[in-house]
Design a protein around this ligand. Structure first.
Ligand SMILES: NC(=O)c1ccc[n+]([C@@H]2O[C@H](COP(=O)([O-])OP(=O)(O)OC[C@H]3O[C@@H](n4cnc5c(N)ncnc54)[C@H](O)[C@@H]3O)[C@@H](O)[C@H]2O)c1
Length: 268
């Protein structure tokens, strides 16, 4: 039997990048997977994705910053699936620039997506996941995608650093809260290093437009390859593999932990 057979998962930001690779991996491991992302369900990208992934996949339009969207997603999942074993809080955005010139709006937007989104998802899915978690050996599993930038600082990335650091400790706080109260939900964070995704590429493309940077996006990606001890940036599937492990009963004794998958970056 596959490791996640019979389990139901929801992945925020599941249409591309790390979220997309996670959807693929959880499906491969036998789960039913609900993709939650910004596009309307009728969008052609959504339709093509569902067609490619087949019957075990479905879609819910959800902006992680919207309390109403989370409430309605929790009702839909309860009605249509009757359980939720795995919640992957993956949707995230970056926000770069120096503190003194950064618009307050940028700070608030990054915080809203990267940390409010985790709070709201945990809050509205905890009741269903508590019921579901009691049915399996390892319990239900929330996996919050932080970053190595939730562990160490980076120049000109203060809102991103702050939001990812908050994700790391929100994970530990909720892990303890659930464990100490006997609630069968494990909560762990994943800390990717630099991973080849549209987010990273778009960030490099934007930076390259600034003449003071004096480097192309390709140059900057090569610098990240060289800066990573293993000699290359990571692939989204390598993060998805860690997420699938935390989602499974193989990680039944793990809660409040941080899984760093960074090619050695933070070991330096
Ligand atoms: N790529 C990296 O190098 C890297 C490194 C460390 C951590 N991360 C984290 O991994 C996660 C995924 O990053 P990625 O590189 O795959 O990004 P990506 O931009 O390629 O994909 C992000 C997905 O999230 C969705 N999304 C954005 N805002 C949303 C919102 N408000 N509500 C719902 N969905 C929303 C997007 O539509 C998109 O499908 C993020 O939390 C990111 O911070 C990425």
């Amino acid at each position: 039997m596959k490791r996640l057979q019979g389990r139901v998962a929801l992945v925020t930001g599941g249409l591309r990048g790390i979220g997309g690779a996670t959807v693929d991996r959880l499906l491969d491991e036998g789960a039913v997977v609900i993709i939650a992302d910004l596009k309307p369900a009728s969008d052609e990208v959504v339709q093509a994705t569902l067609q490619r992934l087949g019957q075990a996949s479905s879609y819910v339009q959800l902006n992680v910053t919207s309390e109403a969207d989370w409430q309605s997603a929790a009702e839909t999942v309860r009605r249509d699936f009757g359980r939720l074993d795995i919640l992957v809080g993956n949707a995230g955005i970056d926000g770069v620039g120096s503190v003194d010139t950064m618009p307050y709006e940028t700070w608030k937007r990054v915080m809203a997506v990267n940390i409010d989104g985790l709070f709201l998802g945990t809050k509205y899915f905890a009741p269903l996941m508590t019921e579901t978690g009691a049915k399996t050996r390892g319990g239900a599993s929330i996996i919050n995608i932080s970053s190595i930038m939730g562990m160490v600082g980076w120049v000109d990335a203060s809102p991103y650093n702050a939001s990812k650091g908050a994700a790391r400790l929100f994970t530990k706080a909720t892990a303890l809260e659930f464990a100490r109260k006997g609630i069968p939900i494990r909560v762990n964070s994943v800390h990717p290093g630099f991973i080849r995704t549209p987010l990273l590429q778009e960030g490099m493309d934007r930076a390259a437009e600034d003449p003071s940077v004096g480097a192309t996006a390709q140059d900057m990606l090569a610098t990240l390859d060289q800066g990573t001890p293993i000699g290359r940036i990571g692939e989204a599937s390598e993060i998805a593999a860690g997420i699938a492990f935390l989602a499974s009963d193989d990680a039944s004794f793990m809660t409040g932990s941080e899984l760093v998958i960074d090619g050695g970056w933070t070991a330096q």
